[in-house]
Design a binder for this molecule. Structure first.
Ligand code: FMN
Length: 194
């Protein structure tokens, strides 16, 4: 098994991992089942403790596993994982074990034990689901507290993404529809005008 190169990300910087709207992989497990699905809709919502919102359709197997276990992972695929991401979003873990059939190596989250993906991914966040009965009856949106995060320093260091020509395989991907994704491009430093 390849040793992890991931380094801890301070929780106050964890929001930056999804701030720019990457398509992510949501990982989950319960009662001997492991699963992974694609999610394009996630965002930070609170600073401290860091909390996020993510849309996990009530009909998905992922949602069932998250509600039963109370935890999930958000893994951030790089461009190298675009086929895996699209595939994880087009079939259900109810029909087959996606982790096995897509040959995805997983590691156990140090805090929650949730399966996490590092191969061809740039970062992960371990999340504890915050049950919100009044919203969850009506909406697919889930809220969660981020309790641990780590990233590959080749592409995220010093609390910031470092996209460059040398780490393109780890650039985040952004779903445009129909299986077409754009990958994060060059960085531009904004200057203060006032
Ligand atoms: C690129 C992409 C993005 C997606 N984004 C979301 C999303 O944000 N929320 C959601 O509930 N489903 C989303 N889906 C659909 C789920 O990934 C899909 O329903 C999946 O089959 C659920 O798997 P599961 O039943 O194994 O949990 C997306 C699918 C794709 C391909």
């Amino acid at each position: 098994m390849k040793l992890s190169v991931f380094q801890p990300v301070q929780l106050r910087h964890a929001n930056r991992l999804i701030n720019h709207g990457p398509t992510v992989l949501v990982t989950s497990a319960h009662g001997g089942s492991q699963n992974v699905m694609a999610a394009a809709w996630s965002m930070p919502v609170e600073f401290e403790p860091p909390r996020i919102a993510i849309v996990i359709d009530k009909t998905t197997f992922t949602r069932e596993l998250v509600e039963k276990s109370g935890v999930f992972g958000i893994c951030i695929p790089g461009a190298a994982a675009v086929d895996l991401t699209y595939s994880a979003g087009r079939t259900s873990g109810r029909d087959h074990n996606k982790v096995k059939s897509l040959h995805i190596p997983v590691v156990a989250g140090p805090v929650t034990g949730v399966p996490l993906i590092e191969q061809d991914c740039s970062a992960w966040l371990e999340c504890r689901h915050i049950p919100e009965k009044h919203t969850e009856d009506a909406y697919d949106t889930c809220f969660a507290e981020v309790v641990n995060a780590a990233a590959d320093p080749a592409v995220f260091s010093g609390g910031r993404w470092q996209f460059n020509d040398g780490n393109k395989a780890l650039h985040t991907i952004h779903h445009l529809g129909g299986g077409v994704f754009s990958s994060s491009g060059s960085c531009i430093q904004g200057k203060l005008l006032l």
